[in-house]
Write a protein that binds this ligand. Structure first.
Ligand SMILES: *Cc1c(COP(=O)(O)O)cnc(C)c1O
Length: 714
């Protein structure tokens, strides 16, 4: 093969497996190949690779250094994919090797160049799939292919958010169509009462594992159905139900069409719970058993993770809507209408009660879990009605606390520091507390310098983003210019980025403007704020909060100290969690099930300042970050807000600011660095997805896989 051809093939192999996106050397390789194309395409390696002209490829192939880098990356990918690789799962989860876990989720946040996610749920799913791959755990993920993604956020000068829908570049995605033996794209059929919906299936390689994405934009569907999977969390209840039918029923059919004999079924949130019914139907067909026997078998192999205590987060569909869609399935299950609807009801006989996807998921799974210890308690209390004969603490819902994928979220400079100081094999021992204890031996000054460099790069990124935003929107030269000078790389920098759901109270810190101004504008010990986040297009109150925050970032007095970065996504998130000193989280307790963004911060040398909710309620030990309030809740939300605002200001004024600005003779804040080290030592081993996926494997996947095979005679 000619050197240029070989280079092209290698780059194409690398770009078509998202493994490249969690390996610092490969990321740098694609950036160096074409920095502009890489940046403007949202870091899309396929765009970069396809954009290389024959001349450019020829030129690159003459560059021995570059060729060596590509060779090395390609070798590493091949070694990673080798079936004989020595992985954690090869030793600890051998039975799952032949029977992968099927993992269903409505969103997957793997990388910014494949935007089929909206927030935490998707990013968690993405981190789960990547980690399963790293651990050698065989898993097939199933989701929907949103051609127009969630939405791009544009904020106008009045602070009003606009949702923009942009088509993904279909010709430049790391996706391939699943095809049948005849070479034609496989078509999945989702039967409904009066029609059927067809879907094709895109396959994405995520390291050793695969992600299958159903896409209804195919010939043979009505216009409505073609658009069904175009956008995430969009449209009315009916659209929502149909999307969930495609995900659940279509998902099981896609797995079968792809020839996958799965061991356990993992429902990441209730959206995909229809999958269990389709699976029961299949088992009835295979074994000839009745519904109840087959349902028991399916439940035995099904894991359900619930992700929110917020009531609106649980989908409910009225009985007539269920009739309109699920008659064929009900009939093939041999159930009466009441029996069928009862599967998703708290009181099965209550004819008026809607079908709730969370109830269905609980009833159809043997393993159910919440995503933090506190969320476990809240969930057992809320759903005890489903287990009337159990005491609240006996309700069979446990918890597996969320984590984050370290290779994705920890800055290369920090990874380098860990590898030098805590051991070259640190990435293979992420869940080992004794390994993280070695952080204490790192010099304060070195840790601090690494963090300062990351903060400087966040400041640079924020200035670039915001000045470009303002230039594009025709702001005055003064405002554009001020963005290029906003933020001080040495000031105490607080980050806040998440969905602008009202319970997350993004503007709590502005409850008392005079008080926050004193902190922001302090000449000797200034504080600055970096915000980002989207409100759902239908969430007016959330958009009002956003406007409120955005306006402060434009005020003449505060604009050098408050920055709002538009269009929060994995890329913006990565810069923020890697560069801030403090990550602020102040939800109304106990509505945050877990939260993961603060976990990304801690391994990058930032500290959390948070209400004792979600993961923080079990992580905070008094010295490894900062707490807002005392973990109590008040019946009146207004009173709760008032108390939490007071708690926030007090923590800032009395603990955070003094500790940050207290420096030793070399200018290092030694008390602060001690806290960073304590954070890394006490939390690093727990709040990562290696620990999380190992927990799922031991507690759910292995027991769930024990029983039966879904394999049908061919
Ligand atoms: C990590 C992450 C989230 C989830 O963070 P929370 O703490 O749950 O808010 C949401 N969106 C993006 C882009 C993320 O990277």
């Amino acid at each position: 093969m000619l050197p240029a051809e070989k280079l092209k093939t290698q780059l194409s192999d690398l770009s078509m497996n998202l493994w490249w996106s969690w390996n610092p050397a490969t990321i740098k390789l694609f950036r160096d190949l074409d920095p502009d194309a890489f940046r403007t395409s949202k870091h899309n390696a396929v765009v970069v690779t396809k954009g290389l002209s024959p001349d450019k490829l020829h030129e690159l192939s003459q560059d021995a250094t570059l060729r060596a880098r590509v060779d090395r990356a390609h070798r590493e990918l091949r070694a990673y994919l080798s079936p004989t690789a020595n992985t954690w799962a090869a030793t600890h989860a051998a039975p799952l090797r032949v029977r992968p876990v099927a993992y269903l989720s409505a969103e997957f946040g793997i990388h910014e160049s494949l935007p089929i996610y909206s927030g935490g749920l998707g990013v968690l799913a993405g981190d789960h799939v990547k980690t399963a791959s790293d651990l050698g755990l065989s898993l097939v993920a199933v989701g929907l292919f949103y051609r127009e993604s969630y939405f791009r956020q544009h904020i106008d000068r009045q602070g009003q958010q606009h949702a923009e829908y942009v088509n993904l570049p279909m010709e430049a995605l790391p996706t391939t169509l699943l095809r049948g033996e005849n070479g034609e794209p496989l078509l999945i059929e989702v039967p409904m009462t009066h029609e059927r919906i067809l879907a094709q299936v895109w396959q994405v390689n995520v390291g050793r594992n695969r992600l299958l994405l159903l896409d209804t934009d195919v010939d043979g569907n009505s216009d409505d159905s073609r658009r069904l999977t175009a956008r995430l969390y969009f449209g009315d209840q009916r659209v929502r139900m149909r999307q969930e039918l495609v995900l659940g029923i279509g998902g099981i059919r896609a797995l079968r069409a792809a020839g996958i004999d799965w061991g356990g079924l993992h429902l990441n949130e209730g959206h995909s719970a229809f999958a269990t019914l389709e699976y029961v139907r299949l088992r009835m067909e295979m074994t000839g058993s009745d519904f109840w026997t087959a349902a028991q078998d399916v439940a035995q192999s099904t894991v359900f993770t619930t992700h929110t205590p917020v009531d609106a987060g649980h989908d409910r569909f009225p009985p007539q809507m269920v009739d309109e869609h699920l008659e064929p399935l009900r009939r093939s299950l041999g159930l009466s209408r009441d029996e069928f609807l009862g599967l998703g009801r708290i009181r099965p006989q209550d004819g008026a009660e809607s079908l709730c996807m969370t109830v269905l998921a609980f009833k159809m799974s043997r393993y159910a879990n919440a995503v933090s210890a506190l969320h476990g308690r809240v969930t057992r209390k809320s759903w005890q009605v489903l287990w009337p004969h159990h005491r609240e603490d006996e309700v069979p819902v446990g918890h597996i606390t969320n984590g984050v994928h370290v290779r994705t979220w920890v800055a290369p400079a920090m990874q380098e520091l860990y590898s030098q100081h805590i051991g070259p094999d640190w990435l293979d021992r992420l869940a080992d507390p004794s390994m993280w204890a070695r952080i204490e031996s790192v010099y304060d000054a070195e840790l601090w310098e690494t963090h300062r460099a990351l903060k400087a790069s966040l400041v640079h990124f924020a200035r670039r983003q915001v000045s470009a935003q303002r230039r594009r929107d025709g702001y005055s030269e003064d405002l554009v210019e001020s963005a290029t000078r906003a933020l001080d790389p040495d000031a105490l920098t607080i980050g806040f980025a998440r969905r602008f759901a009202t319970y997350k109270r993004a503007n709590l810190i502005f409850s008392d403007m005079e008080r926050i101004k004193r902190l922001l504008l302090d000449a000797d010990r200034p504080v600055q704020l970096v915000f980002s986040g989207k409100a759902h297009p239908a969430d007016r109150p959330g958009q009002d909060v956003l406007r409120n925050v955005y306006e402060s970032s434009l005020s003449a007095e505060l604009r050098s100290r408050i920055i709002f970065i538009e269009d929060y996504d994995i890329n913006v998130g990565r810069h923020m969690v890697q560069g801030v000193d403090v990550w602020l989280n102040n939800p109304r307790r106990p509505q945050e099930a877990s939260g993961t963004s603060g976990q990304k911060v801690l391994l990058n040398g930032g500290l959390n300042m948070s209400v004792l909710d979600g993961w923080w309620a079990e992580a905070y030990d008094g010295m490894n970050g900062f707490a807002i309030g005392d973990g109590l809740t008040h019946v009146s939300p207004a009173e709760q807000d008032r108390r939490d605002a007071e708690g926030l200001y007090r923590t800032l004024e009395r603990e955070v600011v003094p500790l940050y600005y207290q420096r030793d003779a070399h200018g290092v804040p030694s008390g602060w660095v001690a806290r960073i080290k304590r954070a890394i030592r006490t939390m690093g081993w727990r709040f990562n997805t290696d620990r999380m996926v190992m927990d799922y494997t031991r507690e759910c996947y292995l027991p769930a896989a024990g029983t039966q095979s879904c394999a049908m005679p061919k």
